[in-house]
Design a protein around this ligand. Structure first.
Ligand SMILES: [Zn+2]
Length: 420
């Protein structure tokens, strides 16, 4: 699921970058986090992975991500990894320093339930039946002395910022979810882990016994990619704050709360929008290896082409909720919308045009022109709200309008047509 969820957000980001209004100012960043316990654990089970093999594993995974980007024709301006000591680590150190300077970092003993899938300590109210809702796993009880971030200090500010759409969260239901999180109380966050228990990651400045907590490391990628922490701040000045963060619903808390609180503490500008999409299920169920229903994006793109897969994901998956993938549904869209809809329409137009040597200077009836303009306007409006599925529905509405028009008017019978 992780795989295809990320594909959806990459495709959405690509579409946004193509959208003319954003294109000029948008820098799309792909981030590969090499410091997650999840990547490590997964393979530890299979291969008894030893520490110096971690590098090889994350290198391999980064290459898989990149080759999938290529396969799906995903475009981006930069690709940065949290293992990048030259580009990323200085940004993390600088931000940590700022949090220390703001008086927001302190050391304390902590005992809590940690989900390695979420990379986060979970409050008891976040568990269902003692398990993490996203990972269907019991979190581990951890007791450590860590550095803490004074997250609670930012409660009122965050309430205002989110409540007044200073950071606009889409959809509204996710905004309400965040407001409820704030209202139910924000506890300070453990912002480091013992280096003994987590032997990789970025060491806390002046204390090698601790490594920086994964979110205090990974989220900084958004600005380290722009040169934050380096001497060259040209890109940082030009592109930060971000117009938009595109995230999955399981990353909501980190992007809508942790990250803004860190930025406030460091006195940096806040992102303008956060767009939250759902998960992709397979046959109505969560994808899992044990159920055998995992959809391989490589194979699907290979079989049907990246454009068809991109179309399906943007059209069939609701912009804000979970959506489902099955081969049957895919085929319905593929045959109905692409082959019969768009494909037929184009084939007929092209056949007519070539047969009758029609030039592009054809006069178009004003009411048809109006219909086309209306479509363009609605597309722009829906794009503004990031409703990718509705945008495509509007475009396909115009296609079927064209199809019906041809059926009804049989343009090959109109004598004027040939003269044009
Ligand atoms: Zn979890």
């Amino acid at each position: 699921m992780e795989e295809i969820k990320k594909d959806l957000q990459k495709i959405e980001a690509t579409v946004l970058s193509i959208d003319k209004k954003l294109g000029e100012h948008l820098a799309v960043h792909r981030i590969a986090n090499g410091h997650t316990a999840e990547q490590f654990k997964e393979n530890e089970k299979d291969h008894k992975l030893i520490l110096n093999e971690r590098e090889k594993l994350v290198d391999k995974n980064a290459e898989i991500f990149k080759s999938l980007d290529k396969k799906l024709s995903v475009s981006y301006d930069d690709f940065i990894r949290t293992t990048d000591k030259k580009r990323h680590w200085p940004g993390v150190y600088l931000l940590w320093e700022k949090l220390v300077k703001a008086g927001d970092i302190y050391k304390a003993k902590y005992k809590g339930y940690y989900c390695s899938g979420c990379e986060d300590f979970l409050a008891e109210r976040e568990l269902i039946g003692g398990k993490c809702v996203y990972h269907d796993a019991e979190p581990e009880l951890i007791e450590e002395e860590n550095y803490f971030f004074r997250f609670s200090k930012y409660r009122e500010k965050l309430l205002k910022i989110i409540g007044k759409n200073k950071i606009k969260i889409l959809p509204e239901s996710r905004k309400n979810e965040v407001l409820n999180m704030i209202k139910s109380g924000l506890k300070d966050i453990s912002f480091s882990r013992s280096a003994e228990n987590l032997p990789w990651g970025i060491p806390v400045p002046n204390d090698d016994s601790q490594v920086i907590y994964v979110w205090a490391d990974a989220l900084v990628n958004y600005i380290s990619a722009l040169g934050y922490g380096s001497k060259n701040l040209k890109k940082f000045k030009r592109y930060w704050p971000a117009d938009i963060h595109i995230i999955g619903k399981d990353n909501l808390k980190f992007h809508a709360l942790y990250w803004p609180a860190m930025l406030l503490s460091a006195k940096l500008a806040l992102p303008e929008k956060i767009y939250v999409h759902g998960f992709i299920t397979s046959g109505g169920q969560k994808m899992s290896k044990s159920l055998g229903n995992v959809v391989d994006p490589f194979l699907t793109a290979e079989k049907y082409g990246s454009e068809a897969l991109r179309y399906y994901l943007l059209r069939e998956i609701s912009a804000f909720e979970d959506g489902d993938f099955t081969e049957e549904k895919f085929n319905v869209r593929y045959n109905g919308d692409l082959a019969n809809g768009l494909g037929n329409f184009c084939a007929r137009i092209l056949a007519l045009a070539s047969k009758d040597k029609i030039s592009a200077k054809l006069k178009i009836d004003s009411w048809i022109n109006k219909k086309i303009k209306q479509t363009a306007k609605s597309v722009d409006e829906k794009m503004e709200d990031l409703k990718f599925n509705e945008v495509l529905a509007i475009i396909w509405d115009l296609i079927s309008f064209g199809d019906n028009y041809i059926n009804k008017n049989e343009p090959w019978k109109i004598s004027d047509f040939k003269k044009a």
